[in-house]
Write a protein that binds this ligand. Structure first.
Ligand SMILES: Cc1ncc(COP(=O)(O)O)c(C=O)c1O
Length: 409
């Protein structure tokens, strides 16, 4: 069944906002529009439940229950236990805390592997473990294509490696990395796996239980929700790593790596992301019961729509000699996050596109290591055109016409 795009867009108030009429949004990898159920829950929380949660009076009980509901429902969709999912202020903050835990857990002489394809959030905090005597090995991308080859990882793995960090897909290369295959390689060598799913999750929440990594991170504000970082930490690793929270919270798996007090309203509002997934499933004749099967149905629905819209854009840009398409030109191999290296500063080109009602950005997108490795000037940066399942064919046409006009000037 094809995605009912009108129905989808009716779930996002931004598409009805007067100031956004005629504006086609192509900076979704920076942060998505927010779906109605999340906005409703946030408003209700701030209006009716904005008290200290988990106390024995009604408003407080409801507040706490809604926070638990968010964790429980999203964990179920991702195929993990409720206490294996926790919320922090952002993915960058979550990675930072995890890196502190590994700093205490690892011994000098042990090794970790990071990539030069990642956003800095899943790179810098890990690389700093070198200060504690941990050997940091870099799994490098192909300088032409940006591709991360699992065969190169194999060469870096040995009995000293305790952790492998990589992205589900990079926020500039866009290529989908084979998480299950990479995880199997790392696990066979005795290493844990940390996956940055920030650029992937907006295109359909994955079944993390099935994919297999020990840590999976993503950001709700890029996935139709509020500004929160979500973190799956599988039990076996979470119970092994030293507690980073208050000492008396150490027995709660979901509190061990979130030293900051939670943003109650935003955590509760994340239940709206599960509402949205359920609404999409029901509307399109998918499974009525919530969980990983329903999540997979919605994931596939989103993905099919995105791939269909993405291919014509890739076909348009792949053979132009005034730009360089970063990552694969086959839509089935990548997320709809398309970075283009131009012969001039990308931010200026984004500004020209804005005159045609295209909202896009230019810059390095905190993927400096990847751009440097591919020989892309980080001062010019890349023009990034990123969309999601709620983008329409009409908006794609608007984008391609505007792009052609601006590039041909
Ligand atoms: C791929 C990727 N990873 C991590 C992050 C950092 O996420 P957060 O803003 O939640 O810290 C971003 C943000 O742009 C990103 O694109």
């Amino acid at each position: 069944m094809a995605l009912d795009i009108d129905f989808v867009r009716s779930q996002f108030p931004a598409f009805a906002a007067a100031n956004l009429q005629g504006q086609a949004f192509f900076e979704n990898a920076g942060g998505s529009y927010t779906c109605q159920p999340v906005i409703n829950r946030l408003t209700r929380f701030y209006t009716e439940r904005k008290v200290q949660p988990y106390a024995p009076y009604e408003a407080s009980t409801l507040a706490g229950a809604e926070m638990d509901e968010a964790r429980h429902r999203l964990a179920k969709i991702m195929g993990v236990d409720t206490d294996e999912l926790s919320f922090g202020p952002s993915t960058t903050q979550n990675t930072y805390v995890l890196a502190q835990a590994f700093r205490q857990f690892l011994s000098p002489g042990e090794a970790i592997i990071v990539t030069n394809q990642d956003h800095e959030a899943n790179s810098g905090p890990w690389r700093r473990l070198a200060d504690a005597g941990i050997e940091v090995r870099e799994w490098q991308i192909d300088p032409q294509t940006g591709h991360l080859d699992p065969a190169d990882l194999e060469k870096l793995l040995d009995e000293n490696v305790r952790l492998v960090c990589f992205p589900h897909c990079s926020n500039v290369v866009g290529e989908l990395n084979p998480v299950t295959e990479i995880t199997a390689l790392a696990h066979a060598a005795g290493a844990f796996v940390c996956v940055d799913g920030v650029s992937y999750a907006p295109h359909g929440l994955p079944n993390v239980g099935e994919l297999g990594p020990d840590i999976y991170l993503f950001s709700a504000y890029k996935t139709y929700g509020p500004h929160q970082g979500l973190m799956v930490i599988r039990r076996a690793l979470g119970e092994l790593l030293p507690n980073q929270g208050h000492f008396f919270n150490g027995d709660s798996l979901y509190k061990r790596f979130t030293p900051a007090g939670p943003d109650h309203a935003q955590v509760a509002a994340c239940a709206g992301m599960a509402d949205y997934i359920a609404t999409l499933a029901h509307h399109h004749g998918g499974p009525l019961t919530e969980g990983a099967t329903q999540g997979a149905f919605v994931h596939d629905l989103m993905r099919a729509h995105e791939v269909e819209l993405l291919q014509p854009l890739l076909d348009m840009v792949k053979d132009r000699n005034d730009l360089r398409l970063i990552g694969p030109s086959d839509a089935s191999k990548r997320a709809p996050t398309v970075a283009l290296a131009l012969d001039r500063p990308a931010e200026g080109v984004a500004a020209e596109l804005a005159e045609h009602g295209i909202m896009a950005g230019g810059g390095d997108f905190y993927a400096l290591r990847a751009l440097n490795a591919m020989g892309v000037s980080t001062s010019d940066g890349v023009l990034r055109l990123s969309f999601t399942h709620y983008t329409s064919k009409k908006e794609m046409t608007q984008l391609m016409e505007a792009l052609d006009r601006v590039l041909s000037k």
